[in-house]
Design a binder for this molecule. Structure first.
Ligand code: GLU
Length: 389
């Protein structure tokens, strides 16, 4: 198994930064903000009151209820608290979900570009990832006819991620309805990764959860969420799954034998994150939008580069194929990995090449970094193109 490419590239960039090398780190999808103070205070209070013992392995009841309330308020889906399992980040929730539903050899349709860890997680569960390569012309979104071409009698599930990492695109309600109908008709589970659902950058756009589109699809969807991105809580490791009771109980049994509960103090902090003052989160979202507007404009002004305007999450997916055939000093540019290597080596910018996401010809820029870095990184990418191509 490979290590997570996003985490590995980011670790490499951070190592260089710690060695004093001047790198703008556009690689990891990790907010640069600190966790809001009210959330940290809740953690301190939990520690001071000795909330340091095992908790129920599915998560504390207050947090499961808070997640259920939040999903109702934000997505209009009615879960009871016992359908929610709190996990060590949403990555762990995805692993739990596939462990719960897959038999060895079961196939999972994964639209590409995809978040890199899906593939390794499915493999870890002895499942078989089946890639549906989407088109830029359809905003990198999968359609039922593409799913139909890949359907076999081993297909068990499809994974949907909206807002999307790495493209920033979002599915509309109609698009989700079509996928839901397909899943119901073909008896498939849907893993709906909604970790970026709060990070949506237009008043006109609304995140829709596929689980909200009727009783049949509700039953067969496993919604994945977490606090890392929206609440700047990456290190706390709090994620969750929301599913039918039967699946939730299976996930809980798996977790009881694997990791037990999520850190008790982090759970107490997560209750505050979901029920307390939200102004910190709203400020972060506004700042991400400001950065998105800036970097999307800067990149679109650079000749030979192009990208679609992200609607959510905090990534820009940039087509670099027009640079192919050129070179940057000793590096011949033939793939997006060459572009990423040359950017890192000679211009001090860390990005993720799109082969990590199962797709050619793009780099992913994470703008979850300071405005100073967004500006300086844009300047460097502009110089990179203008000086060499
Ligand atoms: N999800 C983020 C990313 O895509 C964080 C790193 C990871 O876990 O992949 O960069």
């Amino acid at each position: 198994m490979r290590a997570s490419s996003t985490l590995s590239i980011s670790a490499e960039a951070n190592k260089k930064i710690n060695e004093g090398i001047d790198i703008i780190n556009f690689s990891a999808g990790e907010p640069d903000f600190n966790t809001p103070d009210n959330i940290k205070e809740a953690a301190k209070a939990a520690l001071d009151s000795n909330f340091t013992h095992y908790t129920p392995y599915e998560g504390i009841p207050e947090l499961r209820q808070a997640v259920a309330d939040d999903l109702k308020a934000e997505c209009g889906i009615e879960y009871s608290a016992d359908m929610i399992v709190i996990s060590n980040g949403s990555k762990h929730a995805i692993l739990n979900a596939f462990k719960a539903i897959l038999d060895p050899g079961d196939e999972v349709i994964v639209p590409a570009p995809y978040w890199n860890s899906y593939i390794d997680i499915i493999n870890m569960c002895y499942g078989v990832p089946v890639i549906a390569e989407t088109k830029k012309g359809n905003a990198f979104k999968v359609k039922p006819d593409m799913l139909g071409e890949l359907l076999t009698d081993r297909t068990k599930a499809v994974i949907i991620n909206s807002p999307n990492n790495p493209t920033g695109m979002m599915y509309t309600e109609d698009e989700l309805k079509a996928i839901a109908d397909f899943a119901v008709k073909n008896d498939l589970f849907v893993i709906s990764d909604e970790i970026y659902r709060r990070l949506v950058y237009s008043k006109k756009l609304r995140h829709v959860s596929i689980a909200s589109l009727g009783g049949d699809i509700f039953e067969r969807t496993i919604v994945i969420g977490g606090l890392s991105k929206s609440h700047a809580m990456t290190g706390w490791r709090v994620g969750y799954s929301a599913s039918s009771l039967q699946v939730a109980q299976a996930i809980a049994r798996i977790q009881s034998n694997a990791t037990s509960n999520v850190n008790s103090i982090a759970q107490a902090a997560a209750v505050e994150a979901l029920t307390g003052d939200r102004s910190g989160v709203e400020n972060m979202i506004r700042e991400f939008e400001h950065r998105r507007d800036y970097i999307a404009q800067r990149i679109s002004d650079i000749p030979l580069l192009s990208s679609l305007l992200p609607k959510g999450a905090f990534y820009l997916f940039v087509d670099v194929s027009k640079l192919y055939g050129g070179s940057v000093r000793d590096i011949d540019i033939k793939t997006s990995a060459d572009v990423a290597r040359a950017l890192m080596q000679y211009y001090g910018v860390a990005v993720v090449p799109s082969d990590a996401f199962g797709y050619p010809d793009h780099i992913r820029i994470s703008y979850a970094t300071s405005m100073r870095d967004v500006v300086e990184g844009s300047n460097r990418i502009e110089r990179f193109v203008k000086e060499n191509f």
